[in-house]
Design a protein around this ligand. Structure first.
Ligand code: SF4
Length: 142
């Protein structure tokens, strides 16, 4: 199947943190995310859930600070403190199904994300598809 974006999309994460901070939002997690994050922090899944998750619209999401920053974003180091165990939602951004479905939706990504506005190497279609499929699967289990 050919995609509207041809050979791929230019993207490179700059680590700016804009997608981890700012206006309140949600970082949804599924069971695999919970298990990975809990192991990363040396906790059991139940303990992790009690300490770090909240219920939003019937789903589980990471806690955030009063200003909307994800609780795992460090303003001191300007980085994710659970990077190797971060949720699927974070690992697959910006290649979520609804963001790559049309050039118009990708223009919205570019407006929000400096890494999508760079003259970066193309992320290949196979990688984009894999990320989108992973995000779709994860979201169904959140
Ligand atoms: S878990 Fe890490 S990558 Fe995901 S939103 Fe929080 S700080 Fe950002």
């Amino acid at each position: 199947m050919s995609e509207w974006f041809g050979e791929g999309l230019p993207f490179r994460c700059t680590g700016c943190g804009d997608c981890c901070t700012g206006a309140p939002g949600a970082v949804w997690v599924d069971d695999d995310d919970v298990a990975r994050l809990a192991a990363h922090l040396g906790l059991g899944p139940v303990e992790f859930e009690a300490k770090h998750l909240r219920r939003l619209a019937g789903r589980r999401s990471l806690l955030e600070h009063f200003n909307g920053d994800c609780e795992f974003w460090s303003r001191e180091t300007r980085g994710c403190t659970v990077y190797d165990g971060r949720p699927t939602q974070c690992r697959t951004y910006p290649f979520w199904p609804h963001l790559i479905e049309a050039s118009e939706s990708w223009e919205g990504v570019k407006a929000d994300c400096e890494g999508a506005r760079l003259e970066a190497p193309l992320v290949p279609v196979s990688v984009i598809r894999a990320h989108a499929a992973e995000q779709r699967r994860s979201r169904a289990g959140c």
